[in-house]
Ligand binder design. Structure first.
Ligand SMILES: C[S@@+](CC[C@H](N)C(=O)[O-])C[C@H]1O[C@@H](n2cnc3c(N)ncnc32)[C@H](O)[C@@H]1O
Length: 379
């Protein structure tokens, strides 16, 4: 498909077409201008064929923040590098799902699956064709249906739309509340502006309550002007669709995530176009656990170091001041990323975490979840 000189960035199909055409080429031959050098843990790269290593179009490494046993969804899985690293981190008990829209990229990732699985020692990865802003629709299944029911005139449009809706409803590619961690490496920026909100909502939808998103992406230090958004090469090169840094962090908050943290921020700009600097950012964001907010006489004391903070529940917490909270907030503050920032007291004033730490210390196990992927990170 010939790439247009000017792209209508307000047309999501035009953006998808330009991006997919570029990454179809990038699957077949290395496109140096799409690369942003990343240091992955070399031990996880040993199982990967040269072809996948070379076609690395990432800008960060969200796989560093995974843990054994987790179910992981990789958005825009490309040649499969992050999926195959994740496969090793989550281990035999974990699962990894890669989603990409570009057939050539999926082919690259799938072609090496048996050989990589043999080197790892297990096969817990599956690759699907889909749009990351519409994770309910399985494009492999829709493609198979179209093979048997080709649409040749306007009469075929109705049945096609009905089948698309049926697939979303009855056989969703990624079901609600089904994934422990959503990761993505340099892909969210490639989604058209009009579909960005829907994309973040989809990430939230598929995560289990208490799950998290760990996203590496390119962000800009200013809003990207329309003339840059209309350049098809800059679109595919992770420039045109980059969100302004603050908007990127806000996008997680706006769809209901809490505990959003910047894990990594590239010190030097990766690229500058005009006056705008583009760099990689890795962010983690959490989906709340379910359950209402009941008053049970529980309270917390913020331990510092700041004089006062405001949490996602809208309440402010002064250092050293005992503050009554509802059961949901109480539960939140016992989990990552807040664990350790608050002393949590039950209705009788007992420090529930001190009891837990003491009990677990005598049993020799670890009471709080590790946050850095190491098995002993919390102790
Ligand atoms: C910059 S590459 C990153 C690939 C991979 N994450 C890596 O680390 O090498 C972007 C990938 O996202 C895919 N992609 C872009 N937009 C997409 C969308 N809306 N839905 C699904 N895949 C998409 C492209 O086909 C391409 O494989």
């Amino acid at each position: 498909m010939a790439t247009p000189e000017k792209l209508d960035s307000l047309d999501p199909a035009a953006v998808q077409g330009a991006v997919s055409a570029t990454y179809a080429e990038g699957a077949q031959a290395v496109q140096a201008e799409l690369c942003c050098p990343v240091d992955y843990d070399p031990t996880f790269l040993e199982v990967l064929p040269e072809e996948i290593l070379q076609r690395d179009y990432g800008c960060g490494d969200p796989s560093r923040h995974l843990r054994p046993g987790e179910t992981v969804l990789d958005l825009g899985s490309g040649g499969g590098k992050i999926c195959y690293i994740a496969s090793q981190v989550v281990g035999r008990e974990g699962r990894v799902i890669g989603v990409d829209m570009t057939a050539e990229m999926l082919d690259l990732a799938r072609r090496h699956q048996a050989e990589v699985a043999a080197r790892i020692g297990w096969d817990n990865v599956v690759f699907h064709r889909g749009h990351i802003e519409d994770l309910a629709l399985d494009l492999d299944r829709l493609g198979a249906w179209l093979g048997e029911n080709p649409v040749t005139d306007a009469d075929g449009i109705g049945p096609l739309e009905a089948e698309r809706e049926r697939l979303r409803r009855e056989e969703p590619l990624v079901a609600d509340d089904s994934v422990d961690v959503v990761v993505s490496n340099c892909v969210l920026n490639l989604v058209a502006p009009e579909r960005k909100r829907q994309l973040f909502e989809e990430v939230f939808r598929v995560l289990k309550p208490g799950g998290r998103a760990v996203i590496s992406d390119i962000v800009a230090d200013a809003e990207v002007p329309m003339e840059l958004q209309q350049d098809p090469e800059l679109w595919a090169g992770c420039i045109s669709g980059a969100l302004q840094e603050t908007a990127f962090v806000r996008a997680f908050e706006d769809v209901g995530f809490h505990g959003v943290q910047i894990l990594e921020r590239q010190a030097e700009a990766w690229r500058s176009v005009g006056d705008i600097d583009f760099r990689s950012l890795t962010v983690v964001a959490y989906k709340s656990t379910k359950g209402g907010c009941a008053e049970r006489g529980q309270s917390v004391i913020y331990r510092g170091p700041f004089h006062e903070i405001t949490a996602e529940d809208g309440h402010s917490y002064r250092r050293g001041v005992r503050t009554e909270v509802c059961s949901r907030t109480f539960q939140w503050f016992g989990r990552e990323p807040y664990a350790g920032s608050f002393t949590r007291l039950d209705a009788d004033g007992n420090d529930v975490d001190a009891d837990l730490v003491q009990a677990e210390a005598s049993s020799g196990s670890c009471p709080l979840p590790a946050t850095n992927g190491s098995s002993n990170g919390c102790c």
